[in-house]
Design a protein. Structure first.
Length: 163
């Protein structure tokens, strides 16, 4: 019982790191879409699996030693005062698609943006419910897209959909 209560006390630290990570990832994925036409551009992503593993290790450490200890990884460095520095990595799958199938490349980036947005919103909501003071403005409203809303269906009938 004591361990569960103490994990709840440290969950804000974990959620804050997830929120920060998703902010960084959104920018990287945004750049992937907007820089794709530049010669020599190499798509990147954030080390998602690496962060998940680092958070798992921190929680395991907390369960075993009652302290939340974040350990550095090759692309993620944890600093004092709850800081974290993350270096993007080359996205080799996106790089191949960028050169072979631009439509699929764009779809991949959009899927990653949607996943990232959902991860951020879940972390924000968990932090809000925990009683944290995090109140970031909504970055993007993907709620309608996730619930099946078809934005093209709501266009005026006289509008050219290809605009």
């Amino acid at each position: 019982m004591m361990q569960t209560a103490s994990i709840a006390d440290n969950i804000s630290d974990v959620l804050a790191k997830i929120i920060y990570f998703t902010q960084l990832r959104r920018q990287v994925l945004h750049d992937n879409l907007h820089q794709a036409d530049h010669p020599g551009f190499t798509p990147q992503d954030m080390p998602v699996r690496e962060l998940a593993e680092a958070l798992n290790v921190a929680v395991a450490e907390h369960l075993q030693h009652r302290r939340l200890l974040f350990r550095d990884t090759p692309h993620i460095k944890f600093g004092p005062n709850n800081t974290m520095h993350v270096r993007p990595i080359v996205d080799s799958q996106a790089q191949v698609l960028l050169q072979t199938d631009r439509d699929e490349y764009t779809e991949l980036q959009i899927r990653k943006l949607l996943e990232n947005c959902l991860n951020r919103k879940v972390a924000e909501e968990l932090l809000r419910q925990k009683g944290g003071t995090y109140a970031a403005p909504a970055d993007w409203d993907f709620g309608k897209l996730v619930t099946g809303h078809d934005p093209l269906r709501d266009l005026p009938a006289d509008r050219d959909v290809t605009d």
